[in-house]
Unconditional design. Sequence first.
Length: 223
Amino acid sequence: MLQHKEIKTSFFVFDLDDTLFKEVDYQTSGYIQLIQLIKKIYGRDIEKEVKKLINKKDNDIMGKICQILEVPISVKESFLWFYRLHMPNISIEKDLKNTIEYINKTSKGVAILSDGRSVTQRSKIRSLGLNKFPCFISEEYEDEKPSLERFKIIMEKYDADKYIYVGDNPLKDFLAPNMLGWDTVGLLPNEDNIHIYTSKKKLPKNHSPNFWIKSISDLIQRI
């Protein structure tokens, strides 16, 4: 665990989805805007049908929308790209943002490292008001966690005595930074998480963070 005095010489890196905001909020935003688009161009209000599909956690909502509208299944790709490219209506919790701002001011700096499509992830980051921080998005590097590449690039680009990675997914978030000697912090999931991962007690040691927190705001107390 970091001593408080070490914050000044440490560089912090945060995961995005289900770490800095709830991915379910992005999904809700995308479906709301898609429903509005469909109402405008197809003249159909399918809000109730889509909500039922979401509640059932249907794995092919876009395909089911095509069936509801009685359009070819190929139209699914258009719906998917509209969803992926929409500007999301999402926000970051005030305490969480204050914590990140505090860390940024008192440490070597803050960056975001996330897997996903460039436009999709950067749209999320802009909507959250975090676009001033450097971002390392998988599509832009043709690289996905648990690869070491982006973590090594950060170490080369930002000089620090310590590097701290904060994420939520023990299946892929912590393996690379653990291998590089980073301090790793796991954010415990709750019922709003898109994915609920294996209990921390069953994780292989190299996939486990150094410690777990209930919220990003708790990070200050732990470091």
